[in-house]
Design a protein around this ligand. Structure first.
Ligand SMILES: Nc1ncnc2c1ncn2[C@@H]1O[C@H](COP(=O)(O)OP(=O)(O)OP(=O)(O)O)[C@@H](O)[C@H]1O
Length: 231
């Protein structure tokens, strides 16, 4: 289980996270919902080691991640699909996938066949440059690249952002498959309520750097949740 406790994060004098505590359990999909700018990406950057917390702790299966570089966290099994996907535009699809080898030992350096079963388009585009792919294909590639690292927790930053509905369905199916087939924990942040309602085992709602509610997906239908989520 990933456990965040009393996390505070600052950008200079501005505080982006205020005393956040949350759990992402193994074999479950945990969704964090919130409007633009409430601190969702900051939370994921703190978990994956892109930005240090000012105070608070992050542990994964009992191992303290605080102070560990992103590479060390990847070795601990933290896979990250960043906002905007961050595909290398001049590398081919295959080379992009192979960048996921970095935290693996030599014997583990294989591209899992599951990636192509979930996203067949990637197999047919292995030799194409990342920059030539559509936004939805790049999102599939970013998830595939994270799968190459054999994550025990997959952390996704707004996987539906700017993506057409048919590919959103494929991504939802892939996330469910990963939960059910591997028992990994999945933590995703989103603004797209219906996507979370369909997928989430547990939901947290964030507003202005704080967790303001949490529970099963049906809390999204409460008036209190809507107040924090509508613009
Ligand atoms: N590098 C940075 N320097 C200064 N302020 C930042 C930085 N990154 C984010 N912020 C600020 O921190 C707050 C939280 O931003 P964050 O990106 O975590 O929110 P978010 O919920 O992920 O929003 P979005 O949906 O737009 O990605 C915002 O007020 C944002 O302007």
């Amino acid at each position: 289980m990933l456990a965040v406790r009393n996390a505070n994060l600052h950008y200079g004098a501005a505080q982006a996270l205020r005393g956040i505590s949350l759990d992402a359990e193994m074999g479950k999909i945990t969704c964090v919902l919130g409007r633009n700018g409430v601190g969702k990406s900051s939370l994921l950057r703190a978990i994956t080691g892109q930005h240090a917390l000012s105070s608070g702790t992050v542990t994964f299966n009992g191992v303290a991640l605080n102070g560990m570089a992103p590479y060390g966290r990847a070795k601990q099994g933290v896979g990250y699909v960043p906002q905007g996907r961050e595909i290398f535009p001049l590398l081919t699809v295959k080379e992009n996938l192979e960048t996921g080898y970095a935290p693996l030992s030599r014997g583990e350096r294989l591209i899992p066949e599951d990636i192509f079963n979930l996203f067949p388009i990637l197999r047919s585009m292995l030799g194409r440059r990342g920059g030539d792919l559509s936004g939805g294909q790049q999102q599939q590639l970013a998830i595939g690249r994270a799968m190459v690292t054999r994550p025990k927790i997959l952390v996704l930053d707004e996987p539906t952002e700017g993506i057409q509905p048919s590919i959103i369905k494929d991504i939802g199916r892939a996330i469910r498959y990963l939960r059910d087939s591997t028992g990994m924990a999945i933590l995703l942040v989103e603004q797209y309520l219906d996507f979370c309602r369909e997928l989430a085992d547990h939901v947290y709602i964030m507003d202005r750097g704080e967790i303001v509610a949490d529970g099963a997906a049906d809390i999204l239908d409460t008036a209190d949740a809507r107040r924090h989520l509508t613009v």
